[in-house]
Design a protein around this ligand. Sequence first.
Ligand code: ATP
Ligand code: MG
Length: 393
Amino acid sequence: MIFKTILIKYGEIAIKGKNRHLFEDALVSRIVHALRDVEGEFHVYKEQGRIYIDCNETYDYDETIQALQYVFGIVGICPVMKVEEAGLRQLGNDVIAFLEHVYETHQQTFKVVTRRARKSYPIESMEVNCELGGRILEAFPEMKVDVHDPEITLHVEIREKIYIYSKIIPGQGGMPVGTNGKAMLLLSGGIDSPVAGYMISKRGVRLDATYFHAPPYTSERAKQKVVDLAQQVARYSGPINLHVVNFTDIQLYIYDKCPHDELTIIMRRYMMKIAEHFAKERGDHALITGESIGQVASQTMQSLAATNEVCTLPVFRPVIGFDKQEIVSIAERIGTYETSILPFEDCCTIFVAKHPVTKPNLNAIKRSERKLDEKIDELVQTAIETTEIIRVE
Ligand code: ATP
Ligand code: MG
């Protein structure tokens, strides 16, 4: 393996000025975390506005790249060959060795892009490009120069050492987790909420999660499915404290006391309240749901307003304007889709009315809720006290 170093590219627009080092330090620590279970020894460090990973002899290349592809904040992953400075002649040999190792055939079009970050290097970039280009054409007569749209762009970066690379493997983009606070995800077993959590976390936000289950109406397997989804999201977001709330008694009580066409809205208002309780307890700055306008009766504009009304924290709904198919595409790409479509019952579907209100009137909803008396507060209190917290890594 000629790649003993990996150069990490990150978006620079958002990180100018005094926040830059915070961003970089967070990214370094996320990378260290992502590589902790990967075969090999790694040294992750910042140098001259770049992040590098030095790898030992026996590291697992594929596993390493895969792990890095889960890290928010990384735009590109470049496996590089690092060489000592030993004159242009030797650099030519190194470049030829690089192409020999990395490519099986040598008929591609190419260009050389030299960046001379170390200004004391005696030869100008253009001259290095020409010299190396010439050496490549000599060594591989079937390769051709194409400066506009080459198949191979060979980057040569002259710094303390010299770095040669030609592949930029795409990363997740976004911002390193931990640079933008923390939020509470309402995580159900569906397709939308894991995607919503992924999207907010991508902006650098750490996640907690709350799941409402209703045993025995919902099974242990339905709960396990949510734990599995939390685990899949945690591959990107880092550890999640998943709060599993037993919602059965609250649901049964609402079912007993309130008009059935209002059940879903009232239940959802209690879900938001309880999730917000845990959010505040954990110091989270917002709630996150997977709601999308018009997807179901509980997600019309009026229903969204009615559920929103019980919250004092901001509620982020990153898929609010997405069609189902757009959400599905993201779920497939991030790897949550297969789990989400497993056919386990959801706590809401069990108590849904045949014809739920689609334009709930907030005053009517509040009037119905008054029938719940103090007993609902006791039930909420018990649900909070008996909540199980699962730390998902
Ligand atoms: P999903 O959006 O995950 O596919 P869904 O399509 O069944 O679930 P709804 O039941 O309308 O959608 O719920 C909308 C949002 O409310 C979900 O995206 C999720 O954030 C939250 N939610 C719904 N049910 C639960 C639950 N049992 N536990 C936690 N959050 C829930
Ligand atoms: Mg949904």
